[in-house]
Design a binder for this molecule. Structure first.
Ligand SMILES: Cc1cc2nc3c(=O)[nH]c(=O)nc-3n(C[C@H](O)[C@H](O)[C@H](O)COP(=O)(O)O)c2cc1C
Length: 202
């Protein structure tokens, strides 16, 4: 494929949609999200980078009322309606045995051998890279005109049993409600630090 040079910033409206005006929503408009939209989110997020292209995220998309109720059971009380009222909630898990997939995901070298016998290293790599993938998921959803409500207030152990029982090497990271956010459900924007506060250029 011919390389395309994308050396111009996105326009201001796009940057506002994905960053400046995007918010974390607590309630949702009564507007569904389709399976095609879910697949479109994944097809964008998978293109963003992970270490050795390990792609450790394993995502269960809770879309049915039954699945959302089952997920909400294991969440903090305040998070329960944020789950049951959302059109879909992505449960972002990570596969501690992601290295088994590396022969096809990173075919130009024997990357699987780097991780064999190093479960602690795999846990670190899978958690780091699935967190990145969760962030990519949110940016992809926003780029596609959807809103997000990320949450970590739930029992990971209980969610693992409820949703990853058939994949015992997968552990949940965080969840993200997706839909069309109700503007009445957000708080005033919390402060964001100026560059000088937490950055240095050396
Ligand atoms: C990983 C993660 C976990 C979060 N957990 C919760 C949660 O359990 N419940 C909740 O209401 N909000 C949760 N939030 C939402 C944050 O409080 C929110 O994204 C942050 O305050 C920024 O809000 P804004 O995007 O509207 O500016 C979580 C966000 C992230 C990224």
């Amino acid at each position: 494929m011919t390389k395309q040079f994308h050396d111009q910033p996105l326009n201001a409206a796009a940057l506002d949609q994905v960053f400046n005006e995007a918010r974390s929503y607590n309630d949702w408009l009564d507007k569904p999200v389709s399976e095609e939209q879910i697949a479109a989110i994944y097809d964008l997020m998978k293109m963003a980078p992970t270490s050795a292209n390990m792609q450790p995220a394993r995502i269960v998309w809770a879309k049915s009322a039954e699945a959302k109720a089952r997920l909400a059971e294991h969440a903090m009380e305040a998070n329960q309606p944020k789950i049951t009222r959302a059109p879909v909630v992505a449960i972002i898990g990570y596969d501690v045995d992601f290295h088994e997939q590396l022969p096809w995901l990173f075919p130009h070298t024997d990357a699987k051998s780097w991780f064999e016998g190093d479960e602690q290293g795999r846990e670190t790599g899978a958690f780091r890279n699935s967190s990145l993938q969760g962030a990519y998921l949110m940016l992809a959803a926003r780029a596609l005109g959807l809103d997000c409500g990320p949450m970590s207030g739930f029992s990971n152990e209980a969610v693992d049993k409820a949703f990853f029982a058939d994949q015992p090497r997968v552990r949940s990271n965080f969840i993200c409600a997706i839909g069309y956010g109700d503007p009445a459900s957000i708080f005033e924007r919390s402060p964001r630090p100026d560059f000088d506060r937490f950055n240095s250029i050396v």
